[in-house]
Design a protein around this ligand. Sequence first.
Ligand SMILES: Cc1cc2nc3c(=O)[nH]c(=O)nc-3n(C[C@H](O)[C@H](O)[C@H](O)COP(=O)(O)O)c2cc1C
Length: 188
Amino acid sequence: MEKIGIGPNVFLPMPVVLVGTVVGGRPNFMAAGWASRVNANPPMLAVGINRNHATHAGIRETGTFSVNIPHTGMMEKTDYCGLVSGENTDKSGLFDLFSGALPGAPMIRACPLAMECRLVQTVDLPTNTLFIGEILGAYADEDCLVDGRPDMERIDPLILTMPDNRYWSLGEYAGEAWSAGKRLKKGA
Ligand SMILES: Cc1cc2nc3c(=O)[nH]c(=O)nc-3n(C[C@H](O)[C@H](O)[C@H](O)COP(=O)(O)O)c2cc1C
């Protein structure tokens, strides 16, 4: 098929997370698609947050943040957290919260998987800051675990595509990673 240049403003499919921190003394959550695991050991996550967001100031101030994975049933509240700012709207009462070791990283009880992170590095980019955090604790609903590990089918995460700005649920299981390509390895 012939390729058509579409310009550089393209995106990867991504799970949506709720980034939690404390803003002006109260818990605050924002929707984020630009989040990823970025280091193996110690486990680290990075989130790309626009400099104008209240969350940006909150993470800088507290040096901590949480990353909460909402299930598809939480779409409305998740989207709301991406529409309004903690700068002028109190989002602290939206969710039932719990905390682990880090008081500046409030976590959402309704999210089947939540992680608390200590800020270890920041990378200043033209519009956003990449906040890199070490995961100090992770908490999952018991019924979302299979063999003690988070099972994404049970977690039922919200997936975001851009630039069409649509939410999706996880698709069909397709195969085993680090295994499906083995037949093509030389000598196998
Ligand atoms: C689905 C979705 C994903 C978003 N992803 C990001 C993101 O990755 N980075 C970012 O800076 N803003 C992102 N936003 C925008 C912020 O969530 C939004 O501006 C929010 O109101 C900021 O809240 P705060 O000011 O309380 O931090 C996203 C919004 C939506 C709806």
